[in-house]
Design a protein around this ligand. Structure first.
Ligand code: ADP
Ligand code: MG
Length: 727
């Protein structure tokens, strides 16, 4: 079969797929109980549990402490009754292994009754609190020897249980942490919970210095803006690179790319809108507060973002959103691609992680506030973030280092691999004033003035803010934009929580020491802020992050520019950062080493599988198509000669295509050699993988050039134009 027959069929099928009408009643969102219907939330707990048990559990949830075993049985039984009423037949401990995916093992509620027939099995407090999945095939990076292969899962009470509606039945899902029997974290949730505790502790210590009493728990908050591509499945499944690797390995640029920038915020195509509405609806049922949906910059690229939540809940919810996007897309005949770089030459996908911290009484601690007192407090928290990002910029680069995110960071696209902070003009000038000595301390008693009397109200989040910065202040939060669309946000949040906590501790200690020597609070704050901004102001950059000048300037400032994962991942073991994570009990050294090993291994495996795909496609799709083209040229030339023409242009085409084919064959054999010569040690493997990537770029260049020379009806792969513009 020639290429066009396949492609034409897929195109027909794609354009003939109507928007899917799902059975959604939009009025239920406000009038009914749709929102959170499938979540065993506090309201349902109250309905299903005796008052005292409920109080106890609420306390546990609020403080994130361990669940009292004595009430676990009652909670479990209430949860089971609710779930069975909702049609659940199974329960599952859901956990988040270091692969970045979601794992679950389902257990049935069913038990054979003694006299025959089915009975409802006992669901004890113990099976709610703790599970023992056979976890030996999850990567542990050497933490777990095979003889002690089992880990256990433990319910995270701060993340409510929920019902997953399957096509043929429902499952009660219990979000859990996953640890080894020796207590080491085998997952992404455990360190996140640890880091949130640390941040709470240090933030409250600082708040105490400001005279607050009975300070409620401080929580890290996160709001991830999730970007993704939607591609028609008929076209998607004609591309092995897409369905195997989730990204294209070949493809000449389409005649039209994103240069018109007309896709961003453009009208949403009906078929896509139908999809988005169903996604929102699924999310609402699970209590995921989806807020925005819109087109993104690249053709066929979109974004979904929730209202922010506690970092832990936001992480679980983002993981759920990813699986909902994929599941619902299939129902609409499309594939949701969460990979960071599915298409070369158009924007990749990121996940802007909006980050802040706050509590019930003091509110958002990164919100400037209306009084000088609040402003001083804000500046202290802000300075803590600046110091943290400056000291641990290599570590922050490492937590977003994946094989596919490398195509965004460090390539010619937002944001750059150099980690810097955008503060905006006003806040920047305030810190500049503080650095220059600031205003004198307050004359009036009882007020705090730092640098300036009051802050001007800082512009919040408008369109004109800097979009090239990997880490930007956006009015009342920081936005970590270097995070990849396909990765769990747990890692970046663990890093931010811990390094900010450490900076807060540093600040608290300094201020306490100065106060002990007789300084007033506002004097002490001025001294500390000035010191921090002097030492760490180098990380602040408000200009164009894409520019060549910035690369040079950053080098002058001594800021690291770790272009690839191979350079970045070793920073997980940097002494300056490792010490902080160990000190705050977020990671042990062994846990850090295991993460370094696993993420490096995943990088290598990704490169390997992309190489396998690329070689297979080049040899079995591209070369045969080119040969067909050459044979066609031969026939043409013969006809031309027979008619007495010279056929000079045909000869030129034959030469050009043959030369590309030669080069292609040469690159194939170089890659085959590289594939055979993988070294043993993981570090060497990573460097070898990088070599493969560079070589594979050359192969791709040949294939993409050939795509422009070979007749369209011989070309076997759907083109970028078809993938990106036909739906
Ligand atoms: P934009 O595209 O302008 O950055 P979006 O509305 O798409 O804005 O996303 C902003 C995200 O930031 C939302 O998820 C929002 O809830 C979140 N956010 C707002 N305030 C905070 C905060 N205090 N802490 C964490 N995230 C926040
Ligand atoms: Mg944003």
């Amino acid at each position: 079969m020639n290429g066009i027959t396949n492609r034409a069929g897929a195109i027909q099928a794609a354009v003939n797929t109507p928007p899917r009408k799902a059975a959604i009643d939009a009025t239920e969102i406000f009038k009914g109980d749709l929102y959170g219907r499938n979540v065993f939330d506090l309201a349902k707990l109250r309905r299903h549990l005796p008052k005292d048990v409920c109080k106890e559990l609420e306390k546990t949830i609020e403080t994130g402490s361990r669940l009292d075993v004595s009430i676990a049985d009652e909670v479990a039984s209430a949860m089971k009754n609710w779930a069975i009423e909702k049609g659940a037949t199974h329960f599952a401990h859901v956990f988040f292994p270091l692969t970045g995916l979601t794992a679950e093992k389902h257990d049935s509620f069913l038990a054979p009754a003694s006299g025959g027939g089915a009975a409802i099995a006992d669901f004890s407090g113990k099976s709610l609190i703790q599970g023992e999945p056979d976890a030996s095939s999850f990567p542990s990076g050497g933490i777990r020897a095979t003889f002690e292969a089992r880990g256990y899962t433990a319910w995270d009470v701060t993340s409510p249980a929920y019902i997953y509606e399957g096509p043929n039945g429902n499952t009660l899902c219990i979000p859990t942490a996953f640890v080894s029997w020796t207590g080491e974290a085998l997952d992404k949730k455990t360190p996140l919970l640890r880091s949130m505790q640390t941040l709470d502790k240090q933030a409250r210590r600082v708040l105490k210095l400001f005279g607050h009493k009975n300070i409620p728990m401080v929580t890290a908050t996160a709001g991830p803006e999730q970007e993704y591509f939607l591609i028609d499945q008929n076209l998607f499944f004609l591309r092995p690179d897409l369905y195997i690797n989730d990204r294209t390995l070949f493809g000449a640029p389409p005649a039209r790319g994103q240069e018109f920038e007309d896709h961003y915020f453009g009208a949403i195509p009906e078929r896509v809108l139908a999809f988005m509405m169903e996604v929102d609806n699924e999310c609402y049922k699970l209590g995921i507060p989806i807020k925005t949906r819109h087109n993104e910059v690249a053709p066929s690229q979109f974004e979904i973002a929730p209202t922010f939540e506690s970092a832990n809940l936001a992480t679980d919810h983002n993981q759920m959103v990813a699986s909902i996007l994929k599941r619902v897309a299939r129902k609409h005949g499309m594939i949701a691609i969460l990979n960071e770089k599915p298409f070369q030459g158009v924007n990749g996908s990121g996940k802007h992680v909006n980050f802040s911290l706050g509590n019930k009484d003091q509110g958002n601690l990164l919100d400037p506030g209306d009084t000088p007192h609040e402003n001083a407090q804000f500046l202290v928290f802000c300075a803590a973030v600046i110091r943290a990002v400056s000291i641990h910029s290599r570590f922050l680069r490492a937590v977003v280092a994946t094989a596919s995110n490398d195509h965004r960071l460090g390539a010619n696209e937002a944001p750059p691999a150099i980690i810097s902070i955008f503060l905006g003009e006003q806040l920047n000038s305030i810190f500049e004033q503080i650095k220059a000595g600031g205003a004198k301390s307050s004359a009036r008693k009882g007020t705090l003035r730092v640098g300036v009397d009051t802050l001007p109200s800082l512009a919040k989040d408008t369109g004109d803010r800097n979009r090239t910065s990997p880490f930007a202040f956006t009015g009342n939060r920081f936005e970590f934009r270097a995070v990849g669309s396909g990765q769990s946000i747990a890692g970046p949040l663990v890093a931010l929580n811990t390094i900010v906590a450490d900076s807060l501790e540093y600040i608290a200690e300094k201020i306490e020491a100065l106060q002990a020597k007789g300084s007033k609070l506002n004097e002490a704050i001025q001294i500390v802020l000035k010191e921090i901004i002097t030492a760490h102001g180098k990380v602040i950059f408000n200009g164009d992050g894409y520019s060549e000048e910035w690369r040079k300037e950053a080098a002058r400032r001594g800021l690291p520019n770790l272009k690839t994962s191979v350079e970045a991942l070793p920073a997980l073991l940097d002494k300056v950062s490792a010490e902080v994570f160990v000190k705050h009990g977020v990671f042990s050294m062994r846990e850090l080493e295991s993460r370094h090993e696993i993420y490096t291994d995943v990088y290598v495996k990704t490169v390997k599988s992309e190489l396998n795909s690329a070689l297979e496609i080049a040899k079995t799709f591209i070369v045969p198509a080119v040969n067909r083209q050459l044979a066609e040229f031969g026939r043409t030339l013969a006809a031309q000669k027979a008619a007495g023409a010279k056929g000079a242009s045909t000869v030129a085409s034959v030469r050009k295509v043959s030369a590309l084919l030669e080069s292609l064959q040469g690159n194939i054999s170089k890659l085959e050699t590289l594939r055979k010569t993988f070294p043993e040690k993981i570090g060497a493997q990573a460097r070898h993988a990088l070599k493969i990537r560079n070589q594979q770029n050359k192969l791709r260049a040949d294939v993409d050039a050939l795509e422009m020379e070979v007749a369209d009806d011989f070309w076997p792969l759907p083109t970028y134009g078809e993938l990106l513009f036909i739906k």
